[in-house]
Design a protein around this ligand. Structure first.
Ligand code: UTP
Length: 476
């Protein structure tokens, strides 16, 4: 059988024969491209996903009585608890200084809600400097690395759609002076029509592909590098990196490789750890870390039944308190175990999105309403597979304000304000005076480069007490 007939037969058997509808019109290059994209789709897996996530509603949330709050290290209230956190910070600092800590930044998302041309990491977010997200993250790593006199290797996950633009941007900026930066590319999954489960065509010779979710990080870390070079995991093993700090590109306030978090993770001998914040309202858009039948698990906010989301303690706080801010620590050996064994593959979730497609008449349609299902893996699904874990609470105002939207909540405006408020509070702790509006926010931009001060304590050593800050300022 010719390769072409074989391809047609295979697609027909899986009900996806329409993908070759324009075959007769394509030139050789178009045919080769389409054939390669189709060959990369695991059609058996796709059949299962369509049955589970398009034709059915996915895995139902567990019944209420099996879901319990997770135990975690709460924000310290007593001197004893503060001492314990300081001790943990020492353990974490030792791990960094020993070269055992690496950093994984995931930046493969499409950033559709933000609607910015280019990778989200290149968005200028500094409230005064307009520094990009990548620059702010890189400066934190540089500052931490200087403090502990040790290189902290950074691995950045991109996707085929933004890889080259990310490479070019980092190159143009001299990789922000970091010693070790490695980019690795995540996988893609086809998008399917929401009503029929048929794979969509992005053009007559292109399948509509999109990144396979931030859970794709694990498989991508284990995949061989370009030209069969060692995978990221292999390279880390050779460098003696044991513990990986994971974060997402869109939160400029993240405390990268926070030593206290690292120390608590190590003291718990955890395989995976979560930073969380206390949920303040039932509808908050955060994954919720819970126990189901005793095992830890994250339930996406969209899958959490209203009744569970709003269940309260007698004194009024939400019982399922722990909202995940997508800041994790994973042991390298844990990822090796998960990626080495098919039984430990992360499940897929469905995301219902607007995906442009070529219709039956060959016209490109830009849908007004969500028309497609994308399949994505989520990193937090690794949690139930960890033998030991830890959950650590952080202060929302200090560490979490992601950039998701162009306007409204989680937009450049809210991020600028939150960053300025946080830096104002560092200045005040150092004895400076900063005017505040009646709601406590600062009325102008304030920014402190991580290379100037990585935290309030470092700033204190550099600021004259009594300093008055009364206009926009960038400390660098
Ligand atoms: P989001 O789920 O917020 O998606 O990703 P997004 O792509 O940034 O934005 P929308 O939903 O299209 O508007 C959270 C983080 O996970 C990364 C993103 O880059 C971001 O840092 N991510 C997401 C990936 O690296 N790969 C993916 O496939 C999805």
């Amino acid at each position: 059988m010719s390769p072409e007939a074989e391809l047609i037969g295979r697609l027909e058997r899986h009900g996806q024969g329409h993908l070759l509808r324009w075959w007769g019109e394509l030139d050789d290059a178009g045919r080769a491209r389409l054939a390669a994209e189709v060959a990369a789709i695991d059609l058996d897996q796709l059949d299962r996903l369509v049955a589970e996530l398009v034709q059915a509603d996915g895995t139902p949330a567990p019944p209420d009585d099996r879901v319990r709050p997770i135990d975690g290290v709460r924000l310290p209230q007593t001197d004893g608890e503060r001492v314990a956190i300081r001790r943990a910070a020492g353990v974490g600092a030792d791990a960094i200084a020993a070269g055992e800590v690496g950093v994984i930044l995931v930046a493969g998302g499409s950033g559709t809600r933000l609607g910015f041309e280019g990778p989200k990491g290149t968005f200028p977010i500094g409230p005064v400097s307009s520094a990009t997200l990548f620059q702010i993250h890189a400066e934190k790593i540089m500052a931490l690395s200087r403090r502990h006199r040790r290189t902290i290797p950074l691995s950045i996950m991109t996707s085929p759609e933004n890889h080259q633009a990310t490479v070019d941007f980092l190159q143009a900026n001299g990789r922000f002076g970091l010693d070790h930066v490695r980019l690795f590319v995540q996988g893609q999954m086809p998008a399917v029509d929401r009503a029929t489960g048929k794979v969509l065509l992005a053009s007559k010779d292109r399948v509509a592909l999109s990144p396979d979710g931030h859970g794709g990080t694990l498989v991508a870390l284990a995949a061989p590098g370009p030209g069969g070079t060692p995978s990221c995991l292999e390279e880390m093993r050779e460098m003696g990196v044991r513990t990986l700090f994971y974060f997402q590109v869109d939160n400029p306030m993240v405390q990268i490789a926070d030593p206290a978090f690292l120390g608590l993770h190590r003291e718990a001998a955890a395989e995976m750890s979560f930073k969380v914040i206390e949920r303040t309202s039932p509808g908050e858009k955060l994954g919720v870390v819970v126990r189901v039948d005793g095992r830890p698990q994250v339930i996406e906010y969209s899958d959490l039944p209203e009744q569970l989301a709003g269940r309260r303690e007698p004194e009024g706080r939400l019982e399922l308190w722990a909202g995940s801010i997508a800041v994790h620590i994973l042991e390298r050996t844990f990822i090796e175990r998960l990626t080495g064994d098919l039984d430990h593959r992360l499940p897929f979730h469905r995301a219902i999105k607007k995906v442009p497609y070529v219709d039956e008449s060959g016209k490109l349609v830009k849908p007004e309403e969500p028309n497609a299902v994308k399949f994505e893996q989520f990193i937090f699904d690794a949690l139930p597979m960890a033998e030991r874990w830890s959950v650590v609470e952080t202060d929302r105002a200090a560490e979490f304000e992601p950039l998701k939207n162009a306007v409204g909540p989680d937009s450049p405006a809210t991020v600028h304000q939150r960053m300025s408020d946080q830096f104002a509070s560092w200045l005040e702790q150092a004895g400076a005076r900063v005017p505040r509006r009646s709601d406590g926010s600062v009325p102008f931009g304030i920014e402190i480069s991580p290379l100037y001060a990585l935290d309030a304590a470092e700033l204190k050593a550099k600021i004259e007490p009594g300093l008055v800050v009364d206009r926009a300022v960038y400390f660098r």
